[in-house]
Design a protein around this ligand. Structure first.
Ligand SMILES: [Zn+2]
Length: 255
C-alpha cells in the first residue's frame, strides 16, 4: 500500500493517460489473457512465499521454542509503527518474538488503533510506548499533498496525520513532516495516557527509523526525536540518563 502511495502521482498520471486513450478510442479496457496469467502468477508466488516460509519455520523450531508463548505474553514495549514493509522490527529488537506488542498502520496513527495501544499499555503493562515513524514515509508524503481523490478509507486515515503541505519529493521537508507526525501522535497518546504518565508508569518515546541514512548517523539508525511530548535535546538526554544504561546514553538524539 505504501508503495502505491509513493507512486501516487505516477499512478494518477498513468490513470489519466489511460482514461484519455479510452475516450479517444471509445473502447472499454479489457484484460488480456497474458495480463490475467501474470496476475495469477503473482498471487501464487505470494502464497508460496508465505507457505514455504511457514514450513521452514515449523521445521526449525521445536516445541521448546513455543512453551513460553503458550503460557502468555509479557512484551517489553508497545510499538506504534508504520505498516511500511521496510520498517524492520529486528532493527529495534534482534529477537522480537514475544518482546514487542507491535501495532501498525499507514503513517503510525494512534486514533484508529487506540484500543490496541491501550491493550498493550494498560493490560500488558508495557512501560514503554514507542511511536515509530520512518524516513520517506509514503503515508506522510501522501498527506503532504492534496489527497482528496484517494479512497474514503485511505482519506480517513490520512486525516489523522496533520502534516503541513509541501513538496513530497523534498527529502528534508518529508523528514520534518515525519517528525511532525510522530509529535502529533505523541500529543494524542499523552492525553490518552495522562494518568500513566503522571504516575510515572509509562514513558512515551518518539523516534524515526532511518533506513536511508537521511540523518547521516548510519543506515538503520533509530533517531530519538521526542520523549513524553518534549523535543528538547537536554530534556531527552535527562530522561535517557535516568536509566544509567550505556546503550541509551549512546542513542542518537535529534538536535
Ligand atoms: Zn510509512
Amino acid at each position: 500500500m505504501i508503495r502505491l502511495l509513493i507512486g501516487n502521482v505516477y499512478i494518477r498520471t498513468l490513470f489519466v493517460a489511460i482514461v484519455l486513450v479510452n475516450v479517444a478510442y471509445a473502447k472499454p479496457v479489457t484484460k488480456t489473457h497474458s495480463d490475467t496469467m501474470g496476475e495469477q502468477r503473482k498471487i501464487m508466488l505470494a502464497v508460496d512465499h508465505v507457505l514455504d516460509a511457514n514450513r521452514e519455520f515449523v521445521n526449525r523450531h521445536s516445541k521448546h521454542y513455543f512453551l513460553p508463548f503458550i503460557k502468555g505474553q509479557t512484551p517489553k514495549a508497545t510499538v506504534l509503527g508504520c505498516a511500511d514493509s521496510r520498517v524492520h522490527s529486528h532493527a529495534i529488537d534482534p529477537h522480537p518474538d514475544g518482546d514487542l506488542f507491535f501495532v501498525r498502520n499507514i503513517g503510525n496513527q494512534l486514533v484508529p488503533v487506540r484500543g490496541s495501544i491501550e491493550y498493550g499499555v494498560r493490560h500488558l503493562h508495557t512501560p514503554l510506548l514507542l511511536v515509530l515513524g520512518h524516513t520517506m514515509c509514503g503515508a506522510v508524503r501522501a498527506a503532504m499533498q492534496d489527497y482528496s481523490e484517494m479512497s474514503p478509507a485511505i482519506k480517513t486515515e490520512l486525516d489523522n496525520l496533520h502534516v503541513p503541505h509541501g513538496d513530497p519529493d523534498n527529502a528534508a521537508l518529508v523528514l520534518d513532516s515525519v517528525e511532525h507526525n510522530v509529535d502529533h501522535q505523541i500529543d494524542e497518546a499523552k492525553s490518552f495516557f495522562a494518568d500513566e504518565l503522571n504516575q510515572q508508569k509509562l514513558i512515551i518515546i518518539g523516534a524515526v527509523y532511518d533506513f536511508r541514512n537521511d540523518y547521516h548517523q548510519g543506515y538503520g539508525r533509530l533517531v530519538i526525536t521526542n520523549i513524553n511530548g518534549s523535543n528538547d535535546e537536554g530534556k531527552i538526554k535527562e530522561y535517557l540518563g535516568f536509566s544509567g544504561k550505556k546503550s541509551l546514553k549512546d542513542a542518537f538524539i535529534k538536535k
